[in-house]
Design a protein around this ligand. Structure first.
Ligand SMILES: Nc1ncnc2c1ncn2[C@@H]1O[C@H](COP(=O)(O)OP(=O)(O)O)[C@@H](O)[C@H]1O
Ligand SMILES: [Mg+2]
Length: 235
């Protein structure tokens, strides 16, 4: 469904994406892990249209999306959350989700009605009229998922949505993402929380210093000695 070939990105002298290639099949829940600064968010930003890659191919459902603007990529069914919650913090939860829904609905009324369904689904109805900036962090993350989901994606890119959550909140979030996945949304999941990766993702890719260090069945990858070294540091 998403196919990446030979992706390269430099920020000045910093080579942050080094010849990255992988495929995410339709219906998958695919994990991406890696130490801080490995280039995970930068990789995401390239699929989602926020950053232009220097070289390589990105195809989504067999069509090249390399270099397309963000709204065009969203229209084609690829949506993402942000590691640092963005959107419009001074607007209410419902207003933010409605803005997401406007990707699919021409009228504001239709978008609002679609947004209400997403509010219910993500159990955000109670805080629908609150400004996003007043919510605790785990609710903000949930709103981020809701806004992305309101664009009715075929594939959802999640960037560290579990950060800052306690174990029971992580469990609830994992259940929610499993439901979304079972309803036909392919998930690409960047996460530090290894328990969440284990529960959600049959296959995982490890990025280290911008390169693919390992990719394959999650347990194999987590037991790979190179991966253990990359996480624990050398020596
Ligand atoms: N816009 C930018 N300009 C320059 N350097 C950047 C920019 N964005 C990220 N970087 C650098 O690229 C590297 C990878 O960052 P990032 O993709 O955020 O890693 P991760 O998400 O894996 O923690 C880091 O060294 C970071 O400082
Ligand atoms: Mg990141």
């Amino acid at each position: 469904m998403l196919s990446i070939k030979g992706l390269q990105k430099r920020f000045g002298g910093l080579h942050v994406t080094r010849d990255v290639s992988f495929d995410v099949p339709e219906g998958a829940c695919f994990g991406i892990i890696g130490p801080n600064g490995a280039g995970k968010t930068t990789l995401f930003n390239q699929f989602a249209g926020a950053i232009k890659p220097d070289a390589g191919e990105i195809s989504f459902e067999g069509r090249n999306i390399h270099g397309l603007p963000i709204h065009e990529i969203a229209k084609r069914g690829l949506a993402r959350t942000f590691q640092i919650a963005t959107g419009f913090p001074e607007l209410t939860v419902e207003e933010n989700i409605t803005i997401g829904a406007l990707v699919r609905h021409r009228s504001h009324l239709q978008a609002r009605s679609a947004a209400r369904k997403v509010l219910e689904k993500l159990q955000l109805a109670e805080v629908g009229s609150m400004p996003v900036q007043q919510l605790p962090v785990q609710m903000k993350k949930r709103v981020g998922v809701a806004v992305a989901l309101a664009t009715e994606p075929r594939m959802l890119l999640l960037d560290e949505v579990m950060a800052g959550l306690n174990p029971s909140e992580v469990g609830a979030f994992v259940d929610l993402l499993q439901t979304i996945n079972s309803e036909g949304v392919t998930l690409l999941f960047i996460e530090h929380n290894i328990r969440a990766i284990r529960r959600l993702c049959p296959n995982t890719l490890v990025l280290a210093l911008g390169s693919v260090l390992a990719v394959g069945p999650t347990e194999d990858v987590l037991n790979n000695p190179d991966v253990i070294t990359a996480y624990l540091g050398k020596g």
